[in-house]
Design a binder for this molecule. Structure first.
Ligand SMILES: Nc1nc2c(ncn2[C@@H]2O[C@H](COP(=O)(O)OP(=O)(O)OP(=O)(O)O)[C@@H](O)[C@H]2O)c(=O)[nH]1
Ligand SMILES: [Mg+2]
Length: 188
């Protein structure tokens, strides 16, 4: 397959509860701790400033739907592990989304490659697998790694059974692979 580009990209809406979710098209979901770079990645993939990005964690609220080429949704989730009082709401919303979305084809879990896995990541990964939804890890911010961190990431990757990608918002290299992966996922 040649390079895949997402040419028509539209922000559709923010959903806060089950009644607001969209089931009319296939979707892929981006999750991860606050500040790992979910919204940045969606903007890089779409080459569009469709999502809001900030240095301050906790910016994205609700599930943000972005429609690509009138055919599928990229869904940006709020980060976890930041605002304590929002944790219960977040857990309920994600449970609803993961278990009620027949059209959810894959979850991309973003992991800050300097920090690697936290307990919350592993718990959520377990839940996604229990719902039989394919899970792919994306390690972000690889431009920031020092030697020791690179070694830690390499060691971790060797233990992974699941599909994964490495990305940096400073480097276009792996974006094309991820676009292809999304395209193949929603074309099945
Ligand atoms: N150096 C570097 N910075 C990045 C990268 N990806 C994201 N960032 C920065 O990380 C910060 C957080 O990015 P966001 O995309 O808002 O993160 P998020 O996961 O959507 O955060 P929440 O919505 O709060 O959960 C921003 O300052 C980005 O510019 C990357 O690959 N490399
Ligand atoms: Mg965000």
């Amino acid at each position: 397959m040649k390079n895949v580009f997402f040419s028509d990209v539209r922000f559709i809406k923010t959903a806060f509860k089950k009644e607001d979710f969209l089931f009319d098209r296939k979707s892929v979901l981006f999750i991860g701790r606050s500040n790992v770079g979910k919204s940045t990645l969606i903007n890089s993939l779409t080459m569009n400033k469709v999502m809001k990005v900030s240095k301050t964690p906790g910016l994205t609220k609700g599930l943000n739907y972005c429609l690509v080429d009138s055919s599928f949704y990229l869904v940006d989730a709020p980060g976890y592990g930041y605002a304590r009082n929002e944790r219960d709401n977040f857990a309920k919303m994600m449970d609803d989304f993961i278990f009620s979305s027949k059209n959810l084809k894959k979850v991309y879990m973003l992991i800050d490659s300097r920090r690697l896995f936290f307990e919350a990541d592993l718990e959520l990964a377990k839940e996604i697998k229990s719902a039989s939804i394919p899970l792919t890890y994306i390690f972000t911010k690889i431009d920031k790694l020092d030697k020791k961190e690179k070694y830690a990431l390499d060691s971790l990757i060797q233990t992974l059974d699941d599909e994964y990608f490495l990305v940096s918002s400073k480097d276009q290299e792996n974006l094309s692979k991820i676009r292809k992966n999304i395209y193949n996922t929603v074309s099945k």
